[in-house]
Write a protein that binds this ligand. Sequence first.
Ligand code: GLN
Length: 546
Amino acid sequence: MQRKRHHTKYIFVTGGVVSSLGKGIVSASVGALLETRGLKISISKADPYINVDPGTMSPIQHGEVFVTEDGAETDLDLGHYERFTRARLNRHNSFSSGQVYDHVLSKERRGDYLGTTVQVVPHITGQIKENIFRASEGVDVAIVEIGGTVGDIESLPYLETIRQMRYELGGENVVCIHLTLVPYLAAAKELKTKPTQHSVKELRSIGIQPDFLLCRAEREIPSDLLRKIAVFCNVPGDQVFQAVDMDSIYKIPLMLHQQGLDQSLVDNLNIWARSPDLREWYSIIERLDHPKQNIKIAIVGKYTDVVDSYKSIEEALVHAGISNEAAVSVVYVAAQDVIAKGPSVCLEGVDGVIVPGGFGERGTEGMIRSIEFARCQNLPFLGICLGMQLASVEVARNILGLHTADSLEFAPETTEPVIFLMEEQKGVTNKGGTMRLGSYPCVLAKSSKAREAYGKDTVMERHRHRYEFNSQYRSRFEEAGVVFSGTSPDDKLVEIFELQGHPWFVACQFHPELVSRPMGAHPLFKGFVFAASKKKQDKKSTRHTE
Ligand code: GLN
């Protein structure tokens, strides 16, 4: 194990000046580029906050919670890492200060420190190192993104860890990429380098000289300015890159490659690697740039005013667009508005409707109305997790005539609990990490839309929910034209259901968006977008013949 560690090279990604510069996308792009050279990589995120994981954090504050195969509730950046690369990440690839302290404190309580004073250096930094090593086992290059911004009080122990690792393992094994902002001041008509200089100064004051600078800017940075940044920040001129805003995140790997970032990284880390095979990335961009049609999908949810709360769904739609040669635009519909204005107003002109996952009662009646509208108007519909549960309620109420049908989550007293709690979830009081989480098998029913979309009999899909479809209602649903097209292998749990005689009404208990990729759209998203584009074409041709 000790030996392996020394074979792994480390790339740290830090950020300065402001947050939200896209460190996650940069880390993912670096991983993607190194993979095109045949290297095995891992990407991890170290978050300086004190929460043990983002599972209990509101999407309003933190965006979507991404779930790994092994059921860890992690930062949404892990979604980017998995979308851009082949690396399959697990619970070790995302950790927070909360977790690090939790670990150190339990060791201290057990007496593991043998009476020494437990301190940030070396104990917290030592634990951070352990976490980094654990997440990097067996890979050629481990990329580690440090959350937050240089200068934050919380990120100090992480930066100190980078300093130590660089000192211990040397510059051939550890490099640091610092992402900064070069803002454009409209009044002065100038791009400004001072914030970058200050942020590098801050890094250097804690002992880190960045090896690479990535300057985020809204417009092209002239070469003399890049040179100025290099000199003032003490970084070699050919290791200062620019990251100019792009219309798609999937263009970023090639944009960085064209400036020579991956070549420079392998040179600095003294890695022998083959020349990159970028064909997949070129073909993605080609398809992104030449869509044959535009379609509009509505996401009817509760967190629609918060950027990033449906990140993976947005991306899965982009992927499905790439594979269907369509540009997919998303309109967010606040579920509460559907009640006030009516679904025909809110969903006017859309080619398909998604009701995504969520928690709590707010907005659910608006979602149910939207589902009913999609069902009655033959509008393609994809229900995900809560969206599937509400589709069950809609079918029960409006087709089966069970007017009081509901989910036990919002109506604990309902007489028709079509969505209920399994025995093992009943006594749960601790909210963190106790849902049905992670990857589970799903068996698909013959001659169903789902089976046709996937092209295989059994699939693995990721879950994050507490409630389930109540199987007591299955036969009544079937009589009404519902096909239970995906179930757990023991047939106890409903994973997917669909409606016969509808162009695409498919609802799933898991989160297909979490495993969709630009080079391999998720089958259910692909099928949904295909149905939406077909619907749009049909609409057009009927208009022509009228
Ligand atoms: N609130 C629902 C449950 O816990 C759905 C969860 C979700 O959509 N992720 O089962």
